[in-house]
Design a protein around this ligand. Structure first.
Ligand code: ZN
Length: 349
Protein backbone atom coordinates (compact mmCIF):
# COMPACT_ATOMS: atom_id res chain seq x y z
CA UNK A 1 0.00 0.00 0.00
CA UNK A 2 1.17 3.52 -0.72
CA UNK A 3 0.27 6.65 1.18
CA UNK A 4 -2.51 8.95 0.01
CA UNK A 5 -0.35 12.03 -0.24
CA UNK A 6 3.17 12.69 -1.38
CA UNK A 7 5.84 15.37 -1.44
CA UNK A 8 6.31 17.10 -4.80
CA UNK A 9 7.86 20.19 -6.40
CA UNK A 10 5.30 22.26 -8.23
CA UNK A 11 4.60 25.51 -9.97
CA UNK A 12 1.62 26.59 -7.89
CA UNK A 13 1.35 30.21 -9.00
CA UNK A 14 2.31 31.97 -12.26
CA UNK A 15 5.53 33.55 -11.06
CA UNK A 16 9.25 32.75 -10.59
CA UNK A 17 10.07 29.75 -8.41
CA UNK A 18 9.00 26.21 -7.54
CA UNK A 19 7.50 25.17 -4.22
CA UNK A 20 7.51 21.97 -2.23
CA UNK A 21 3.92 20.81 -1.73
CA UNK A 22 1.92 17.88 -0.40
CA UNK A 23 -0.14 16.52 -3.28
CA UNK A 24 -2.43 13.51 -3.71
CA UNK A 25 -0.65 10.39 -4.99
CA UNK A 26 -1.72 10.13 -8.66
CA UNK A 27 -4.51 7.72 -9.52
CA UNK A 28 -3.60 5.32 -12.30
CA UNK A 29 -5.74 4.13 -15.18
CA UNK A 30 -6.00 0.60 -16.57
CA UNK A 31 -3.01 1.10 -18.88
CA UNK A 32 -0.79 2.98 -16.43
CA UNK A 33 1.81 2.17 -13.80
CA UNK A 34 2.60 4.04 -10.59
CA UNK A 35 6.32 4.62 -10.09
CA UNK A 36 8.03 5.38 -6.78
CA UNK A 37 10.60 7.96 -7.88
CA UNK A 38 14.13 7.51 -6.52
CA UNK A 39 16.19 10.03 -8.50
CA UNK A 40 15.45 12.92 -10.84
CA UNK A 41 17.58 15.14 -13.08
CA UNK A 42 17.09 18.88 -13.38
CA UNK A 43 16.76 19.89 -17.05
CA UNK A 44 17.10 23.23 -18.82
CA UNK A 45 13.34 22.96 -19.37
CA UNK A 46 12.84 22.99 -15.59
CA UNK A 47 14.92 26.17 -15.36
CA UNK A 48 12.65 27.82 -17.95
CA UNK A 49 9.67 26.78 -15.83
CA UNK A 50 11.31 27.98 -12.61
CA UNK A 51 12.12 31.35 -14.24
CA UNK A 52 8.59 31.52 -15.68
CA UNK A 53 9.83 32.95 -18.95
CA UNK A 54 7.66 33.68 -22.00
CA UNK A 55 7.74 30.07 -23.22
CA UNK A 56 6.83 28.65 -19.79
CA UNK A 57 4.03 31.14 -19.17
CA UNK A 58 2.52 30.31 -22.58
CA UNK A 59 2.95 26.52 -22.26
CA UNK A 60 2.64 25.29 -18.68
CA UNK A 61 -0.73 25.26 -16.90
CA UNK A 62 -0.71 25.99 -13.15
CA UNK A 63 -0.66 24.08 -10.84
CA UNK A 64 1.89 21.70 -12.35
CA UNK A 65 4.30 19.23 -10.77
CA UNK A 66 7.43 19.72 -12.90
CA UNK A 67 10.28 17.35 -13.83
CA UNK A 68 10.63 14.67 -16.50
CA UNK A 69 14.02 13.01 -15.96
CA UNK A 70 13.68 10.16 -13.46
CA UNK A 71 14.43 6.66 -12.27
CA UNK A 72 12.40 4.65 -9.79
CA UNK A 73 10.49 1.45 -9.36
CA UNK A 74 7.01 0.21 -10.19
CA UNK A 75 4.75 0.03 -7.13
CA UNK A 76 1.31 -0.34 -8.73
CA UNK A 77 -0.06 -1.37 -12.15
CA UNK A 78 -3.36 -0.96 -13.97
CA UNK A 79 -5.34 -4.07 -14.84
CA UNK A 80 -4.40 -4.04 -18.57
CA UNK A 81 -0.66 -3.85 -17.95
CA UNK A 82 1.34 -6.88 -19.05
CA UNK A 83 5.05 -7.59 -19.29
CA UNK A 84 6.00 -5.49 -16.27
CA UNK A 85 6.17 -6.41 -12.60
CA UNK A 86 5.91 -4.73 -9.22
CA UNK A 87 9.39 -3.85 -7.99
CA UNK A 88 10.76 -3.46 -11.55
CA UNK A 89 13.35 -0.65 -11.61
CA UNK A 90 12.70 1.68 -14.49
CA UNK A 91 13.08 5.01 -16.20
CA UNK A 92 10.71 6.09 -18.92
CA UNK A 93 9.92 8.24 -21.92
CA UNK A 94 8.43 11.54 -20.76
CA UNK A 95 6.73 12.27 -24.07
CA UNK A 96 3.19 10.87 -24.00
CA UNK A 97 1.88 10.04 -27.47
CA UNK A 98 -1.44 9.05 -28.97
CA UNK A 99 -1.80 6.13 -31.36
CA UNK A 100 -4.10 7.61 -34.00
CA UNK A 101 -1.81 9.95 -35.96
CA UNK A 102 -0.26 8.88 -39.24
CA UNK A 103 3.21 8.98 -37.66
CA UNK A 104 2.24 6.87 -34.65
CA UNK A 105 0.45 4.35 -36.82
CA UNK A 106 3.62 3.98 -38.88
CA UNK A 107 5.60 3.28 -35.70
CA UNK A 108 7.28 6.71 -35.55
CA UNK A 109 5.87 7.61 -32.17
CA UNK A 110 8.39 10.40 -31.52
CA UNK A 111 6.85 12.32 -34.45
CA UNK A 112 3.29 12.21 -33.12
CA UNK A 113 1.98 15.80 -33.45
CA UNK A 114 -0.13 15.45 -30.30
CA UNK A 115 2.84 14.72 -28.00
CA UNK A 116 2.38 15.85 -24.38
CA UNK A 117 5.25 16.15 -21.93
CA UNK A 118 5.26 15.09 -18.29
CA UNK A 119 6.31 17.99 -16.10
CA UNK A 120 5.19 20.39 -18.84
CA UNK A 121 1.62 19.51 -19.92
CA UNK A 122 1.03 16.54 -17.58
CA UNK A 123 1.89 16.11 -13.90
CA UNK A 124 5.60 15.36 -13.68
CA UNK A 125 8.36 13.44 -11.93
CA UNK A 126 9.56 15.86 -9.23
CA UNK A 127 7.48 13.89 -6.76
CA UNK A 128 7.56 10.75 -4.66
CA UNK A 129 5.18 9.07 -7.12
CA UNK A 130 4.62 9.37 -10.86
CA UNK A 131 1.81 8.04 -13.00
CA UNK A 132 3.07 6.88 -16.39
CA UNK A 133 1.47 4.91 -19.23
CA UNK A 134 2.99 1.41 -19.19
CA UNK A 135 3.87 1.97 -22.87
CA UNK A 136 6.37 4.66 -21.77
CA UNK A 137 8.18 2.55 -19.17
CA UNK A 138 11.78 1.59 -19.91
CA UNK A 139 13.00 -1.17 -17.55
CA UNK A 140 16.50 -0.62 -16.15
CA UNK A 141 18.97 -3.50 -16.20
CA UNK A 142 20.68 -4.17 -12.84
CA UNK A 143 23.98 -2.73 -14.09
CA UNK A 144 22.47 0.73 -14.74
CA UNK A 145 22.11 2.58 -11.41
CA UNK A 146 19.32 5.04 -10.60
CA UNK A 147 21.72 7.96 -10.92
CA UNK A 148 22.27 7.09 -14.60
CA UNK A 149 18.57 6.22 -14.97
CA UNK A 150 17.79 9.82 -14.01
CA UNK A 151 19.79 11.22 -16.95
CA UNK A 152 18.66 8.83 -19.70
CA UNK A 153 16.25 11.46 -21.03
CA UNK A 154 19.00 13.99 -21.90
CA UNK A 155 21.43 11.19 -22.81
CA UNK A 156 18.69 10.08 -25.20
CA UNK A 157 18.68 13.54 -26.80
CA UNK A 158 22.44 13.21 -27.22
CA UNK A 159 22.20 9.68 -28.65
CA UNK A 160 19.32 10.57 -30.99
CA UNK A 161 21.30 13.55 -32.33
CA UNK A 162 24.68 11.81 -32.55
CA UNK A 163 23.29 8.71 -34.27
CA UNK A 164 21.40 10.78 -36.86
CA UNK A 165 24.29 10.15 -39.23
CA UNK A 166 26.93 7.44 -39.56
CA UNK A 167 29.92 8.55 -37.46
CA UNK A 168 32.31 5.64 -38.03
CA UNK A 169 35.66 7.10 -39.09
CA UNK A 170 34.21 10.61 -39.42
CA UNK A 171 35.46 13.92 -38.10
CA UNK A 172 32.72 15.45 -35.95
CA UNK A 173 32.18 19.03 -34.81
CA UNK A 174 29.87 19.61 -31.83
CA UNK A 175 28.87 23.17 -30.89
CA UNK A 176 27.70 23.73 -27.30
CA UNK A 177 29.32 22.00 -24.29
CA UNK A 178 26.29 21.77 -22.02
CA UNK A 179 25.58 18.33 -20.54
CA UNK A 180 23.90 17.11 -23.77
CA UNK A 181 26.76 18.35 -25.97
CA UNK A 182 29.28 16.66 -23.68
CA UNK A 183 27.31 13.39 -23.71
CA UNK A 184 27.01 13.62 -27.51
CA UNK A 185 30.80 13.88 -27.68
CA UNK A 186 31.10 10.71 -25.60
CA UNK A 187 28.58 8.94 -27.85
CA UNK A 188 30.36 10.10 -31.02
CA UNK A 189 33.66 8.67 -29.74
CA UNK A 190 31.90 5.45 -28.74
CA UNK A 191 30.31 5.27 -32.22
CA UNK A 192 33.74 5.35 -33.87
CA UNK A 193 34.29 8.97 -34.88
CA UNK A 194 37.97 9.72 -35.62
CA UNK A 195 38.12 13.27 -34.27
CA UNK A 196 35.51 14.89 -32.04
CA UNK A 197 35.84 18.64 -31.55
CA UNK A 198 33.57 20.33 -29.01
CA UNK A 199 33.24 24.13 -28.92
CA UNK A 200 31.84 26.61 -26.43
CA UNK A 201 32.79 29.98 -24.91
CA UNK A 202 32.22 28.83 -21.31
CA UNK A 203 35.55 27.68 -19.81
CA UNK A 204 33.87 25.76 -16.95
CA UNK A 205 31.82 23.68 -19.35
CA UNK A 206 34.81 22.97 -21.58
CA UNK A 207 36.85 21.75 -18.62
CA UNK A 208 33.96 19.53 -17.52
CA UNK A 209 33.84 18.18 -21.10
CA UNK A 210 37.55 17.34 -20.98
CA UNK A 211 36.98 15.59 -17.63
CA UNK A 212 34.02 13.51 -18.92
CA UNK A 213 35.47 12.67 -22.35
CA UNK A 214 39.28 13.03 -22.22
CA UNK A 215 39.60 12.04 -25.89
CA UNK A 216 37.57 15.02 -27.15
CA UNK A 217 39.35 18.15 -28.41
CA UNK A 218 37.72 21.09 -26.63
CA UNK A 219 37.90 24.53 -28.22
CA UNK A 220 37.05 27.87 -26.62
CA UNK A 221 36.05 29.73 -29.78
CA UNK A 222 36.41 33.06 -27.97
CA UNK A 223 40.15 32.36 -27.72
CA UNK A 224 41.03 29.87 -30.43
CA UNK A 225 40.35 29.78 -34.17
CA UNK A 226 38.45 26.68 -35.32
CA UNK A 227 40.35 26.75 -38.64
CA UNK A 228 43.64 26.40 -36.77
CA UNK A 229 42.25 23.45 -34.84
CA UNK A 230 41.07 21.75 -38.04
CA UNK A 231 44.53 22.26 -39.56
CA UNK A 232 46.24 20.95 -36.42
CA UNK A 233 44.10 17.78 -36.66
CA UNK A 234 45.00 17.37 -40.33
CA UNK A 235 41.47 17.89 -41.67
CA UNK A 236 42.07 18.91 -45.28
CA UNK A 237 38.51 19.73 -46.25
CA UNK A 238 36.69 20.22 -42.97
CA UNK A 239 34.43 18.29 -40.61
CA UNK A 240 32.14 15.60 -41.99
CA UNK A 241 29.31 15.86 -39.48
CA UNK A 242 28.11 18.71 -37.24
CA UNK A 243 25.95 18.37 -34.12
CA UNK A 244 24.52 21.75 -33.09
CA UNK A 245 23.66 21.77 -29.38
CA UNK A 246 23.87 25.46 -28.42
CA UNK A 247 21.02 27.23 -30.22
CA UNK A 248 23.57 29.96 -30.89
CA UNK A 249 23.38 31.53 -34.35
CA UNK A 250 27.12 32.24 -34.47
CA UNK A 251 27.84 28.60 -33.70
CA UNK A 252 25.62 27.39 -36.54
CA UNK A 253 27.29 29.80 -38.99
CA UNK A 254 30.69 28.59 -37.87
CA UNK A 255 29.56 25.00 -38.32
CA UNK A 256 28.35 25.57 -41.90
CA UNK A 257 31.71 27.17 -42.71
CA UNK A 258 33.69 24.36 -41.08
CA UNK A 259 31.95 21.43 -42.83
CA UNK A 260 33.11 19.56 -45.92
CA UNK A 261 31.16 19.74 -49.16
CA UNK A 262 28.18 17.47 -48.70
CA UNK A 263 28.51 17.59 -44.91
CA UNK A 264 25.66 16.76 -42.57
CA UNK A 265 24.21 18.69 -39.62
CA UNK A 266 21.87 17.51 -36.87
CA UNK A 267 20.23 20.39 -34.98
CA UNK A 268 19.14 19.94 -31.36
CA UNK A 269 19.88 23.43 -29.97
CA UNK A 270 16.91 25.78 -30.03
CA UNK A 271 17.66 29.30 -31.32
CA UNK A 272 15.88 32.17 -29.53
CA UNK A 273 13.16 33.12 -32.03
CA UNK A 274 13.69 33.29 -35.79
CA UNK A 275 17.34 33.34 -36.71
CA UNK A 276 19.04 34.39 -39.93
CA UNK A 277 20.88 31.59 -41.76
CA UNK A 278 23.08 32.03 -44.81
CA UNK A 279 21.08 29.53 -46.88
CA UNK A 280 23.17 30.07 -50.02
CA UNK A 281 26.18 28.61 -48.14
CA UNK A 282 24.05 25.60 -47.20
CA UNK A 283 22.94 25.15 -50.83
CA UNK A 284 26.35 25.58 -52.42
CA UNK A 285 27.99 23.25 -49.93
CA UNK A 286 25.18 20.70 -50.52
CA UNK A 287 24.66 20.31 -46.79
CA UNK A 288 21.99 18.02 -45.30
CA UNK A 289 20.25 19.39 -42.18
CA UNK A 290 18.10 17.34 -39.81
CA UNK A 291 16.06 18.73 -36.92
CA UNK A 292 16.07 16.46 -33.87
CA UNK A 293 13.30 16.31 -31.29
CA UNK A 294 13.16 14.08 -28.23
CA UNK A 295 14.17 10.45 -28.51
CA UNK A 296 13.03 7.75 -30.96
CA UNK A 297 10.56 5.49 -29.20
CA UNK A 298 12.11 3.21 -28.40
CA UNK A 299 15.10 2.65 -30.62
CA UNK A 300 17.10 5.47 -28.97
CA UNK A 301 16.44 3.93 -25.54
CA UNK A 302 17.52 0.50 -26.78
CA UNK A 303 20.74 1.85 -28.31
CA UNK A 304 21.71 3.96 -25.31
CA UNK A 305 21.22 1.17 -22.81
CA UNK A 306 23.20 -1.17 -25.08
CA UNK A 307 26.02 1.39 -25.33
CA UNK A 308 26.04 1.97 -21.55
CA UNK A 309 26.40 -1.79 -21.12
CA UNK A 310 29.20 -1.79 -23.66
CA UNK A 311 31.50 0.82 -22.12
CA UNK A 312 29.90 4.21 -22.83
CA UNK A 313 30.63 6.19 -19.65
CA UNK A 314 28.85 9.50 -19.07
CA UNK A 315 28.70 9.22 -15.28
CA UNK A 316 31.04 12.15 -14.66
CA UNK A 317 28.64 14.55 -16.40
CA UNK A 318 26.70 14.54 -13.12
CA UNK A 319 28.45 17.11 -10.94
CA UNK A 320 25.99 17.66 -8.08
CA UNK A 321 23.65 15.54 -5.97
CA UNK A 322 21.15 16.90 -3.45
CA UNK A 323 18.29 15.57 -1.41
CA UNK A 324 15.02 16.66 -3.03
CA UNK A 325 14.42 18.62 0.17
CA UNK A 326 17.38 20.81 -0.85
CA UNK A 327 16.02 21.42 -4.35
CA UNK A 328 16.75 25.14 -4.07
CA UNK A 329 20.48 24.42 -3.89
CA UNK A 330 20.18 22.17 -6.94
CA UNK A 331 18.41 24.81 -8.98
CA UNK A 332 20.98 27.42 -7.89
CA UNK A 333 23.79 25.19 -9.23
CA UNK A 334 21.93 24.69 -12.52
CA UNK A 335 21.31 28.41 -12.88
CA UNK A 336 25.00 29.20 -12.29
CA UNK A 337 25.74 27.86 -15.81
CA UNK A 338 28.84 26.10 -14.43
CA UNK A 339 27.38 22.74 -13.42
CA UNK A 340 26.92 19.50 -15.29
CA UNK A 341 23.82 17.46 -14.51
CA UNK A 342 22.28 18.03 -11.08
CA UNK A 343 20.52 15.05 -9.47
CA UNK A 344 17.79 15.25 -6.81
CA UNK A 345 17.44 12.20 -4.56
CA UNK A 346 13.87 11.41 -3.48
CA UNK A 347 14.56 8.32 -1.38
CA UNK A 348 14.78 10.34 1.85
CA UNK A 349 11.62 12.37 1.24
ZN1 ZN B 1 15.15 17.10 -20.02
Amino acid sequence: MTANTMTALAKTKPEEGLWQIEAPVPEIGADDVLIRVNTTGICGTDIHIWNWDEWAAATVPVPMITGHEFAGEIVDMGRNVTGLALGQRCSGEGHLVASDSRQSRSGRFHLDPGTRGIGVNEQGAFAQYLRLPAFNVVPLPDDIPDEIGAILDPLGNAVHTALSFDLLGEDVLITGAGPIGIMAAAVARHAGARNVVLTDINADRLSLAAHVVPSVRTVNVAQEDLHDVARELGLREGFDVGLEMSGNQGALDQMVEALVMGGKIALLGIPPGKSPVDWSRVVFKAITIKGVYGREMFETWYKMIAMLQNGLDVSRVTTHRFSANDFEKGFAEMKSGRSGKVILDWTAT
